[in-house]
Structure formats: structure tokens, C-alpha cells
Write a protein that binds this ligand. Sequence first.
Ligand code: PLP
Length: 388
Amino acid sequence: MEEEGIPSERIMKELEERTRYDYTYDSGRILGSMISKPHKFAVEVYNKYLERNLGDPGLCPGVTELEKEAIMLIGSLLHHPNATGNIVTGGTEANLMAMAIARNMRNDVSKPSIVMPKSAHVSFDKASCLLRLRKVKVGLDNRFKMNVTELRKSITKDTVAIIAVAGTTALGVVDPIEEISEVAEENNIYLHVDAAFGGFMLPFLNEIGYETPRFDFSLRGVSSITTDPHKMGFCPIPSGGILFRKKNYTKYNSVKVPYLAGGITTQGTIVGTRSGASACAVWALLRHLGRKGFRDIVKHCMSLTDYLAEKIKYLEGVELTIPPTLNIIGIRSKEHDIRSIWKKLREKRWAVGGLKESLRIVVLPHIQREHIDAFLGDLQSVLRELRT
Ligand code: PLP
């Protein structure tokens, strides 16, 4: 570190230089991320309230109220306007909190385990590692949804939580949560729904006439839901959402913090100092866009998704893994190694998701028709190159 500080203009210039080759949403080249460019108004709000710290709520009673209201607004989309919860750092923190609560609720179990579909996000592997939870992974049916017969067989006296996904990371598939909820109720087991991606998509898809499966608190067995404003909610990173059915759940993961300037508090979030700006941005953007604003964005994403899915059908050497449920498309190939396709697309500066068995395209609002057409052109030449 230098002895004398460097003028800010020089630093800014260097920053610009150093990040020149980073991918940007504006370029339309990020086709495989669950994050989009944050909405301008959310960024304005975020910047204005940057200094607010929800880790010390006594210093910001106003923002503390706004966080509660943001959770209630999200809850109203999920059939539970009185839900309790937090705006957290993302889906990973939200899922960790739910798993900690599910485990701590059960003091009758010495070797706790969690049962999840094979398609569950890696954050549950982290939860298993950090919280010493044994993982039981349930197979998928031919539509890539959790196999409920196998789920029933996987439950034991040590099962402290069932996890279901509403919008899987790879394919955007929604597990049969109505049935899973019944299994959870019959066995009196905590059910966590990971709707990190689908939570801000499914309610609006339903409103624009798509047939969508039930996945939320309208199902009695659902105990908690992750839904991330920094994914399909277009808020700045970090903003995840965790919602609990009952207020008293949080006593199972909360600790007292005695040293704060704002007075003694309890914290159930994993991080201590945390962004009040995120909560303000979520609250503000939900109110600013309203249901109609979200419906319009969802319509844009779905019409481009359907367009891309249709075009993929005519490409030689690749196929859709399944017809898309949400704005996520899986592309697989019987002819070519997926990694080779991914690498060649990367050389052409396309950032798509590269899983072992499929490419992943997530059609977000920063993507326009001309980006899809340019991508399809390049994908076609990559496939041609691979054939020769
Ligand atoms: N859950 C699902 C279904 C996801 O797809 C992701 C991320 O892609 C997460 C959780 C984790 O979210 P984050 O990266 O915000 O921690």
C-alpha cells in the first residue's frame, strides 16, 4: 500500500482500465446468469441509503420497519402477507437460515438429515457441511422434478427437513410441491421451498395466463420460502429473501447481541452488519413497479424464451433438454461434448451456463431479440466447426 494516497481521478481511470474486459449486462452477452442489470430506481434508492446498517436496528428504526414491510410485500405474492423474515445477502444465506431453524427445532434427533432433489442448489451442500446435516438426494422423474415416491422412501426418523425447488438452477423446473407438502404434513416435517429464482416469476406468470403449479404458503405444509430480489426482483446485489410461515420459528436461530450503539438486539441472519440499502431498494422497487410492472417484465422474458426455444428446435446437433417452464432453457447434445460447445461460445464472448449435461440460458430483461439472434448465429457456426 502506498504511503501517499493517489488522486481519485487516477484511481477511477485505473479501475475503468482494469475492468475493461469484464462482461456487462448492457452488452447482451451474459446469457447464463440468474442476475440481471439492477433496475435504475432500485440503484438510486440503494445509493441513497448506503450507510444504513440493519445489523444495528436501533440506529435505523425507519429502515427496520421498511425491511418488515418488504417481507410482507413479498409475502403477499406468496399467499402469506403476514410472513416474517429478512432481506439477506442472497439465496445461500436464506437457505442456510432455513436449514439451521429446521435442525434446531428438532432436539429429538441426534444425526439430523435433510432430504432434497438431486437438482437442489449447492447451497444445501454448504448447509450440510456447515451445519453437519446428512444429505439425502432424491432422484428426478423424466420431467426433471423430484420423484415423490422416492422422497417418501427416503424419509426416516432423522429427517429434519424436506427441500423442494420452485425454479431449479439448471432448468427452471418446479418440483411437485403440492404433493411434497402433503408428504411433509403427513410426517410432520419442516418443508423449505427454494424459490430463489422462481419466487418472483411464478406469481406473475400465473397472472399473465400461464398455468403454474402451486408452490407457496397456500400449501399448508410449506414452512419457509427463499425468494431473491437480486434475481428476478431486479434489485442490486446483495438482496436475498427468506420468509417464514410462523414468527416463532426465528427463536431457533436467533442470538442476542449485547454491544450495539442502537441497543440490545437479536439476530437470526448469518451476517451481523448488513445492508439497510438492500431492504430499502427491495421495498421501493416492489412499490414502484407494482404487479403490472413485474408482469410486463415477465412477459418480455417469456416471449424471448419461447422464441429462443422454437429456434433451438431447428439447429442440427443440439436439442432442448425439456420445454421451458420459466425463462430458463437447457440445451443438450447427443453429438457433441457440452464443454466443447461452451468453450467455443466463450471464445466468441458468450457467457452461457455450462453444466456437464447441458448449456443453460437464462433470459433476463437485459437480453433483447437481437442478442438472441446473434447468439443463435454463433451457436450455429460453433456446431458447424465441431462437425468438421
Ligand atoms: N437457490 C437456487 C435455486 C439458485 O439457483 C441459487 C443461485 O443460483 C441459489 C439458491 C443461491 O443464490 P445466491 O447465489 O444468491 O446465494
